[in-house]
Design a protein around this ligand. Structure first.
Ligand code: PNS
Length: 179
């Protein structure tokens, strides 16, 4: 039977690190469902439609990858696919505590759901969407951290309040997750 794995996240925006994890997942599983969360605790930097559009463009031609959005609990989404494996990227020890907490919580809700942690290439262990957003906001060279289609998209995006020295988007935008 074909094995489907879910790769959930905010992807705000998708980075080279995310792409690396998707490629590694495709070597291990028959099909990868990239699941973009709608329920961020704070307003996202990119709207859901743009995050999905960019992921679809980035994963084009990669193989059996589907990009979808989900609301509610990840365990419920997994059951609906159906899938029993969740992929998460693990970059550094600092990621581990929260990831362990999420994996064990998900398993406590649904004992059938396993989380598999994949490590990205060493070139990307420092990389996060949050850093890309900050570099973009402050006018730095964000392009090297994201696929070309994402770089192009961000280049066209108005920056709001320009470089005011504050970390984050002072124009009233993102302050959410940092994957
Ligand atoms: O890219 P992120 O922000 O680190 O992804 C976090 C995500 C989306 C995987 C996590 O917040 C999640 O699973 N959200 C869905 C709601 C849910 O199931 N919460 C309980 C998880 S322990």
């Amino acid at each position: 039977m074909a094995t489907t794995a879910i790769y959930p996240g905010s992807f705000d925006p998708v980075t080279h690190g995310h792409v690396d994890i998707i490629q590694r997942s495709l070597k291990l599983f028959d099909r990868v469902v990239v699941a973009v969360t709608q329920n961020l605790s704070k307003r996202p930097f990119l709207p859901l439609e743009e995050r999905i559009f960019l992921l679809e463009r980035v994963t084009e031609g990669m193989g059996p990858v589907t990009v979808v959005s989900f609301t509610g609990l990840l365990v419920d989404f997994a059951r609906s696919v159906p899938a029993h494996i969740v992929i998460r990227g693990l970059r550094a020890v600092s990621d581990f505590e929260l990831e362990l907490q999420m994996a064990l919580t998900n398993r406590a809700i649904d004992a059938e759901l396993e989380t598999a942690f994949l490590m990205p290439s060493g070139r990307f262990v420092f990389l996060s969407s949050g850093l890309v957003r900050e570099i973009w906001q402050l006018g730095g060279p964000f392009e090297k951290f994201v696929p070309e289609v994402v770089a192009d998209h961000l280049r066209r995006k108005p920056r709001g309040v320009e470089n005011d020295g504050l970390p984050g988007w002072a124009g009233g935008g993102w302050t959410g997750g940092d994957s």
